[in-house]
Design a protein around this ligand. Structure first.
Ligand code: IMP
Ligand code: MG
Length: 180
């Protein structure tokens, strides 16, 4: 059977610096506004929890859970919401917190859906971006860092529900065992 090798991409220190810089920009830009952070479960939970601790402005926090039916490695076009936000966002500023932008379809779906509630603004803060994989137009307003077309795990991000607990970010490569 093939197993996965985890190759470290970002250390805890590197992640902390990225998150601190994002929190500083957000604190500056949204000073004096009513900001609601909408975290996409499950992948962004660790990113959100570190980000809020570095913010210097008051925010409200809410969560959505989206289901997309695809294989373990790819989002299918069909996305559904399985847990919606609970805080009213009309006339408020909304910042979506996402782990990785890949095809862009998840964020396109969520932005369109949240827009129905007439918020004052909707922006996106993503930790990682695989720009080469984009299928629809989608740009993060706040971005941690770009990554190549590699499969990422750790720091909340999973491969078939594994590896979310790891404090650092890795990319997965298969270990091939020659057949006997
Ligand atoms: P998109 O809709 O294709 O942009 O996919 C975004 C979602 O796919 C993210 O929220 C992640 O949950 C998942 N995803 C994309 N790339 C990776 C990866 O490298 N590792 C784990 N999950 C990923
Ligand atoms: Mg996700």
């Amino acid at each position: 059977m093939d197993k996965n090798r985890l190759n470290r991409l970002l250390s805890s220190e590197e992640i902390a610096l990225i998150v601190k810089n994002l929190a500083d920009q957000i604190s500056e830009d949204y000073c004096g506004r009513e900001l609601v952070l909408v975290c996409i479960l499950k992948g962004a939970f660790m990113f959100l929890s570190d980000l809020v601790r570095h913010l210097r402005i008051p925010v409200q926090v809410d969560f959505v859970r989206l289901a997309s039916y695809g294989s373990g490695m790819k989002t299918s076009g069909k996305i559904e919401i399985t847990k919606d936000i609970e805080i009213p966002i009309e006339k408020k500023d909304v910042l979506i917190i996402e782990d990785i932008i890949d095809s862009g379809r998840t964020l396109q779906f969520l932005k369109d859906r949240l827009a129905l509630q007439n918020p004052r603004s909707i922006k996106v803060c993503a930790l990682l971006d695989k720009k080469s994989r984009r299928e629809v137009e989608m740009e993060a307003d706040y971005l941690g860092t770009d990554v190549e077309d590699i499969f990422i795990v750790g720091y909340g991000i999973d491969f078939n529900e594994n590896y979310r607990h790891l404090p650092e970010i890795y990319y997965v490569t298969p270990i091939h065992h020659p057949k006997e």
